[in-house]
Write a protein that binds this ligand. Structure first.
Ligand code: SF4
Length: 120
């Protein structure tokens, strides 16, 4: 399988072609530096994303609390994680960086608040 990956490590945005099967990379072309080679190889073999979203919050003026994962989550787990997050309701007050969901879907990643929300 051949896949084009746009490197997001720096603003240059190199278009990198990666070839391989499963999580085995056989060739990488089009990168301009070692960081791009590492990024594209990892993105091909095991793509991950930082998850950024909101959860419902009660007892506050706002109704939504912005949250994000404290580490990247395997791409194939993102929908499962979103199902968990959608079902959650937290109660104010909430501090920035409070853990909202620990070890979401067994990924070892925590979902944390990115905002302080005072109680009404
Ligand atoms: S390969 Fe290197 S130069 Fe190209 S976008 Fe990635 S980090 Fe930047």
């Amino acid at each position: 399988m051949k896949k084009e990956i746009i490197c997001t490590v720096c603003p240059r945005g190199c278009h990198i072609m990666v070839e391989g099967a499963g999580d085995t990379v056989s060739s990488v072309e089009g990168y301009a530096c070692k960081r791009g080679l590492e990024y594209a190889s990892a993105e091909f073999a095991h793509p991950v994303r930082i998850l950024t979203t909101t959860v419902k919050v009660t007892g506050a003026q706002e109704s939504l609390l912005p949250v994000r994962s404290n580490n990247p989550i395997p791409k194939e787990k993102l929908f499962e994680c979103m199902d968990v997050i959608r079902a959650i309701e937290v109660k104010a007050p909430v501090n920035c960086y409070d853990v909202i969901v620990a070890d979401i879907c067994g990924t070892g990643v925590n979902i944390v608040s990115t905002k302080t929300v005072e109680a009404e």
